[in-house]
Design a protein around this ligand. Structure first.
Ligand code: BES
Ligand code: ZN
Ligand code: ZN
Length: 505
């Protein structure tokens, strides 16, 4: 969908439908809608349709005007009660409105900028969230369908209607919102596509394309190089698979930022997790194609960094491999010496995420980073603890964790902190190595975090996001239809945008 401005007086606005937002049981309409009603919509003021629409969140109503009216369709979308309004509601309402336009097979939907007046947020961020939420709600993955395809992608155009020439800040909004949508779409597409297509090699190709498009530095650590570097823990996971594994290192270095300590984003890239020799049950195993959602989110975030030219040095590290039970696979009981030289006793080969991440984190440390942010579909326990709409956040700086919680709320990626107190380490103590790769059955998500913490020196701020529950949704959500969500992309982009103002020591 293309986003365009239409600058004209209200009576000259032309779209197949106009979308206006309505608070639940409001005493009067929002100011922009009220004016439109007074000047152009007397037909609607007289209609019972307007009175009957209560503005309940997720509700939408289509009102049809007389044939001579310049705009003959009005889509009213409920925002819910005014005192419960936030950007999440606005994103959701935008998705509801545009889905309604798709249902009607309209090719041009119009959102008046004035429809956002009277909301408790500035026009520019409101418009950004309307575009992002609306477009994300229309996402679908049909690349692999050869029949029963939906026809054209309605609506093809989203018109932002304004009476006045938008200022520079507003002008910037659509391209940067579209960049966000494109990054999240990339992450969703990679995560949804099956594991016979999205192999580690496919990640390499995608990273190469991104690097060429945006001018990123790119280093591919193949298995031979990984061996030379000493990434034995990463290779232990990779050795059971026939697919060549790789650690992808992308670097966004805008001119003038070469000397900056970078932010490093690390994403788990297990393109398929069978569990290895500690084989997973067959039921729902197909879901494990999405065990690379962390790496996909990092690529999505890089796409946005490149498109919006964020002036910050950022490194992305993506350890990519399958976890397979081949004849050469690593086994429970094996002891592996990681890149950081720490020795790990493998108890479960299904706790492979931490085995590849620990080498990626140790490699991240060599960049002397300003901070490291990793995200991984690491533990099923995170789903038990927080469900499918909240990710677990852990780390070694409480202030930074709090900032990320706030950013997450603003961008619609909710995260909640879990503690990494020292006593949790007791459960991964090993008799023969520095530690084991799993604990007992308790506090599974925290144990994952405690394991990773061993690989980041305390002087480097570090955040770990467990996205096992949030990377995929089995239910249609307003801004994320059933399937991959692209969770984490926006948090990373906001971190890059706001750093170093966020810095918390
Ligand atoms: N990839 C899984 C975690 C996962 C589960 C992600 C469900 C998304 C949805 C991970 O590699 C894994 O298998 N973790 C184990 C850890 C255990 C062996 C300590 C788990 O959660 O059971
Ligand atoms: Zn696993
Ligand atoms: Zn896994």
């Amino acid at each position: 969908m293309q986003v365009e401005w239409q600058v004209a007086s209200v009576s000259e606005w032309r779209a197949e439908a106009l979308i206006f937002y309505v608070f639940e049981n409001a005493s009067e309409p929002l100011p922009g809608f009220k004016r439109w009603l007074q000047e152009n919509g007397t037909w609607l003021t007289q209609s019972a349709a307007l009175r009957d629409f209560r503005g309940k969140f997720k509700d939408a109503a289509v009102c049809y005007g007389p044939p001579e009216a310049p705009v003959t369709r009005l889509v009213l979308v409920g925002l819910g009660p005014e005192d419960k309004f936030d950007l999440d509601k606005l994103r959701g309402a935008s998705a509801v409105g545009l889905r309604k336009c798709r249902e009607l097979k309209l090719s041009a939907a119009g959102i008046p900028l004035s429809a956002l007046a009277g909301l408790s947020c500035e026009a520019a961020p409101a418009l950004a969230e309307v575009i992002i939420g609306g477009m994300l709600g229309l996402y679908r993955f049909d690349a692999l369908k050869t029949r029963d395809l939906d026809p054209a992608d309605y609506p093809e155009r989203l018109l932002i209607l304004s009476e006045d020439e938008p200022d520079e800040i507003l002008r910037q909004v659509p391209p940067s919102a579209e960049a966000v949508v494109s990054g999240i779409t990339l992450a969703r597409d990679l995560t949804t596509a099956p594991a016979n297509q999205v192999t580690p090699g496919f990640f390499v190709t995608t990273a190469r394309e991104l690097a060429e498009t945006h001018g990123f530095r790119l280093q591919i650590i193949d298995m031979i190089m990984a061996q030379e570097l000493g990434m034995r823990s990463f290779l232990a996971v990779a050795q059971g698979s026939q697919e060549p594994a790789a650690v992808i290192v992308l670097e966004h270095v805008p001119p003038g930022t070469e000397a900056e300590p970078p932010l490093v984003f690390v994403g788990k890239g297990i393109t398929f997790d069978t569990g290895g020799i500690s084989l997973k049950p067959a039921d729902k195993m197909e879901m494990m194609k999405h065990d690379m959602a962390g790496a996909a989110a990092v690529l999505g975030a890089f796409d946005i960094l490149g498109r919006t030219r964020i002036q910050r040095r950022v490194v992305g590290i993506l350890p990519c491999t399958e976890n397979m039970p081949g004849g050469k696979a690593f086994k429970p009981g094996d002891v592996i010496q990681s890149l950081a030289n720490l020795t790990i006793e493998v108890i479960s080969t299904d706790a492979e995420g931490r085995m590849i991440l620990c080498d990626a984190l140790a490699y991240a440390v060599t960049f002397q980073p300003a901070a490291i942010f990793d995200l991984a579909t690491l533990t099923g326990a995170c789903i038990v603890a927080l469900g499918h709409q909240v990710a677990g956040v852990m780390g070694n700086r409480e202030g930074l964790i709090e900032h990320i919680r706030e950013i997450g709320l603003q961008v619609g990626e909710r995260v909640w902190p879990l503690p990494l107190w020292d006593h949790y380490f007791e459960s991964i103590r090993s008799d023969i190595a520095d530690f084991k790769n799993v604990g007992d059955r308790s506090a599974g998500t925290i144990i994952g975090g405690i394991f990773l913490k061993q690989f980041v020196p305390d002087h480097i701020p570090w955040i770990h996001l467990d996205i096992a529950g949030t990377a995929w949704t089995d239910k249609d959500l307003l801004t994320a239809p059933k399937g991959a969500t692209g969770f984490g992309v926006r948090i990373m982009v906001e971190l890059a945008r706001r750093w170093p103002d966020l810095r918390v020591d």
